[in-house]
Design a protein around this ligand. Structure first.
Ligand code: SF4
Length: 373
């Protein structure tokens, strides 16, 4: 019998984003460990440099709310701020996203790596300053690193765009990237999804609803800017189908609820047989997608048959969360207040005249999880 999930669990297959979808498409076991089981992992050094860079790109383009002046007028100030933040984070004082973020553990590959990446960071920020210090003063309204979400049927899609410049003849989306292969520039789902986000959500929120003029990538290693071809309606429709398929597949594997029979033969990304077994296998053999995977041990355990299936792991996790919530309810002192006890007793007596005592809906401890029944 399939178990029925609750609203919190439903977000796992109904809420998605470019990174969540790509993670799933790369390797299902990696997705399970990271997105559902939330197994702690070390941060990857190169990913950290990207995070810190994005943090400074956002600050650089954000004027002070009162004075409207931009920070880091001189390049030295930008580099000085980065220097302090980087080495404090490396020493474990706080996280790489600023002094308010919690410290993180990084899997440094060799002892000099923090210094090597620091020098790369200095070059990236210097170049960024040179390229944009005048641009940010040109009077163009800009939206910087804002998270949007929009609905597609039951799906909620999240998209965080690095920068939108509202130019006179239309909006320009700029994404900051370290590298990006040409085929992803031309056909990658990230830009398709961002275009959908603009057309279906962002455009309506902007005064005069400007059309999307262009999508560009700024490569922060070289300082080059590249145009991204705008996607056709067919490409957006295809991505919509892929997102729906991913959602139906996840729900099926994790809960045992079968997708619509007409949908199953049309699966193009996932193996519908996994819905029967309830498992999410790793994407073997290991190749490029495994380079920065933190779940090698879970992957080996899966190969040796030591890992529970995805469905078992999912249901155990949500049972535990539901039980933890019930424990919190039971220690509330409300039930010890005499008037509450008295009211509960008389309510029970009243109910028992309508239904047998064993069916009374008052046994909180005996109730099954509200998330999975
Ligand atoms: S090592 Fe590779 S195949 Fe195994 S879980 Fe990680 S990404 Fe997937």
């Amino acid at each position: 019998m399939p178990r029925h999930p609750g609203p919190k669990a439903e977000k796992i297959w109904n809420n998605t984003s470019y990174s969540k979808y790509t993670l799933l498409a790369d390797c299902e076991l990696k997705w399970l460990c990271q997105s559902v089981l939330k197994i702690p992992r070390f941060e990857i050094p190169y990913a950290i440099l990207g995070t810190v860079g994005h943090n400074y790109f956002r600050k650089f383009f954000t004027p002070h709310p009162k004075t409207k002046r931009f920070p880091f007028e001189q390049k030295e100030k930008l580099i000085g701020s980065f220097k302090g933040a980087w080495w404090s984070a490396v020493s474990g004082k706080f996280g790489f996203e600023g002094w308010k973020s919690p410290p993180v553990k990084v899997q440094w590959e060799y002892p000099q790596q923090p210094a090597v990446l620091f020098n790369q960071g200095v070059k990236i920020l210097s170049l960024f300053h040179e390229n944009f210090v005048d641009v940010r003063q040109d009077g163009t309204p800009r939206i910087v690193e804002r998270l949007y979400h929009f609905k597609l049927g039951e799906l909620t899609i999240y998209a965080k765009l690095d920068r939108i410049d509202l130019e006179k003849d239309g909006a320009v989306i700029t994404e900051y990237k370290g590298t990006q292969p040409q085929f992803l520039i031309e056909t990658g789902t990230q830009f398709t999804l961002y275009q959908m986000a603009y057309e279906l959500c962002i455009r309506r929120k902007i005064k005069n609803h400007p059309p999307l003029k262009a999508i560009r990538v700024y490569f922060y290693g070289s300082g080059k800017i590249q145009e991204v071809p705008l996607r056709s309606a067919e490409e957006m429709a295809r991505l919509t189908y892929l997102l729906f398929e991913a959602s139906a597949y996840l729900k099926g594997v994790l809960t045992g609820c079968l997708p619509h029979p007409k949908l199953v033969p049309r699966f193009i990304q996932f193996n519908p047989l996994n819905i029967i077994s309830g498992d999410m296998p790793p994407n073997l053999p290991r190749r490029d997608h495994c380079k920065h995977c933190a779940y090698y041990q879970q992957c080996r355990d899966w190969e040796e048959g030591k890992l529970p299936t995805a469905r078992q792991a999912f249901q155990k996790k949500f049972h535990q969360e539901a039980q933890a919530a019930q424990v919190t309810q039971q220690i509330l002192p409300l039930g010890e207040i005499p008037i509450v006890v008295q009211m509960t007793d008389s309510f029970s007596t009243m109910l028992s005249s309508f239904c047998p005592a064993e069916q009374l809906p008052l046994g909180i401890v005996e109730q099954e999880s509200p998330l999975i029944s």
